[in-house]
Design a protein around this ligand. Structure first.
Ligand SMILES: [Zn+2]
Length: 256
């Protein structure tokens, strides 16, 4: 099976596309049923470009240099992001547009760095193997379901903490504010507590996020500790970029 051969080499090749991962028409069924017409749609092209530009300084810190990352959009009002082996990372529309969620470029860069680290720290490969074993996948036909499963499968708390800790290090290496990453989780924790219940229209989106990630209060603490431990005495001011985020124009193009 193609995927086994690719995974045996440690990662999927740089030129791999979604069609390579799911090479047979039947393997697309589960993936397509969930995402048909929603990935990399023209109406989100500006968002996709923005995420990719924000990711560039984050990628300078990765340890597995052989992976070529590709960033995708999912046109659905869900507040989440996910990664699959091979460096493909998906961002739902909610991450870029939902009010009071992400408020500046440093926070978005933190989420980008978190997802990159699920790949760079080999978490995605581990989950992929686990889901494959669990489902007894032996044909390419079921690979699509495994990929869909990856979008919904929670990482362990240890993996989440590790991805957050490295995200903070990546942010600091690129002079983005690590404090904003902490502030973001604190804000999400507050919003979660204010949540009236399942009648809230964004309730189900939050449920999806909390099902696949650890609690925001815990993440804020964890990120704060790493930021304090790695504080660079030379850097006086880290970049935030609230206007960049609003205009979807990366720091690399214009600093506000
Ligand atoms: Zn995560």
């Amino acid at each position: 099976m193609l995927i086994d051969a690719l995974l045996a080499r440690g990662h999927l090749p740089p030129t791999f596309t979604l069609t390579d991962l799911l090479p047979h028409p039947e393997s697309w069924s589960a993936f397509e049923a969930a995402y048909r017409g929603k990935i990399d749609t023209p109406n989100m092209a500006a968002h996709r470009r923005y995420i990719t530009e924000v990711a560039v300084p984050m990628l300078a810190s990765v340890t597995r240099k052989g992976i070529v990352y590709e960033f995708h959009t999912v046109d659905a009002n869900v507040i989440n992001a996910f990664a699959i082996p091979g460096g493909h990372i998906f961002f739902y529309r909610g991450i870029l547009e939902q009010a009071k969620r992400v408020e500046n470029e440093a926070q978005l860069a933190g989420i980008v760095a978190h997802e990159i680290n699920h790949v760079d720290r080999r978490h995605t490969i581990a989950i992929f193997e686990y889901l494959k074993r669990l489902g007894g996948v032996d044909g390419a036909g079921e690979a699509g379901q495994v990929v869909v499963g990856m979008a919904r499968h929670p990482f362990s708390t240890k993996q989440e903490d590790e991805a957050d800790a490295y995200a903070v290090k990546f942010l600091m290496a690129a002079d983005y504010s690590p404090k904003e990453f902490v502030t973001m989780w604190q804000a999400w924790d507050k919003l979660d507590k204010e949540r009236p219940g399942s009648k809230d229209p964004i309730g189900s989106e939050l449920d999806e996020l909390f099902r696949t990630h650890s609690r925001p209060s815990r993440r804020a603490c964890n990120a704060m500790k790493v930021a304090m431990a790695n504080k660079d005495p030379v850097v006086e001011r880290y970049y935030v970029g609230a206007t960049n985020y609003k205009k979807k124009e990366a720091r690399a193009r214009q600093q506000y």
